[in-house]
Design a protein around this ligand. Structure first.
Ligand code: ZN
Ligand code: ZN
Length: 156
């Protein structure tokens, strides 16, 4: 009998509740456990172009909190830059997550973990926005200082 997702996560030193994620067709399944390091919306050109959407709802996790449970051989990877290794399902084309090795974090798209209680805290790369969102959250021009950005804010 297989151990539950949360038991396996605890074995890797990750505490907390486990949530299921999957690609669009369900061939690839994965879990996230615990709390993400950050959540928010990215307005950068790369996120918009790759997602074919106006904004990317991100959640950033330590790599050990993300575990592929099915269909690992169906996962495609593309890295235009060494900063971002973008992952998708080779069967349906559905996006999964993006590894950011320089930050030691994985961006799991909010849309692929529907049961996770997503709460955006910040907008990043707002200087590139194509969709102004007047939600009262901070709007960073690029990225926080601790992630190599200016940390500067912009009006909504
Ligand atoms: Zn799929
Ligand atoms: Zn982005």
């Amino acid at each position: 009998m297989e151990a539950s997702g949360s038991t396996q996560a605890a074995a890797r030193g990750v505490e907390g509740k486990t949530y299921d994620g999957s690609c669009f067709c369900g061939a690839v399944k994965f879990t996230v456990t615990g709390e993400p390091a950050a959540m928010g919306y990215c307005h950068c050109e790369s996120c918009r172009h790759w997602s074919a959407g106006p904004v990317n709802a991100f959640s950033l996790w330590k790599p050990e909190a993300v575990r592929v449970t099915q269909g690992a051989d169906r996962i495609g990877t593309y890295n235009k830059t060494p900063k971002s290794y973008r992952k998708w399902c080779k069967t349906c084309g559905g996006h999964l997550f993006t590894e950011h090795p320089m930050w030691g974090l994985v961006d799991v798209y909010a849309a692929v973990i529907p049961d996770f209680p997503y709460r955006a805290g910040v907008h990043v790369n707002y200087q590139e926005t194509k969709l102004h969102l007047k939600d009262g959250l901070p709007k960073l021009k690029d990225l926080p200082k601790e992630m190599g950005g200016s940390g500067a804010s912009l009006p909504e």
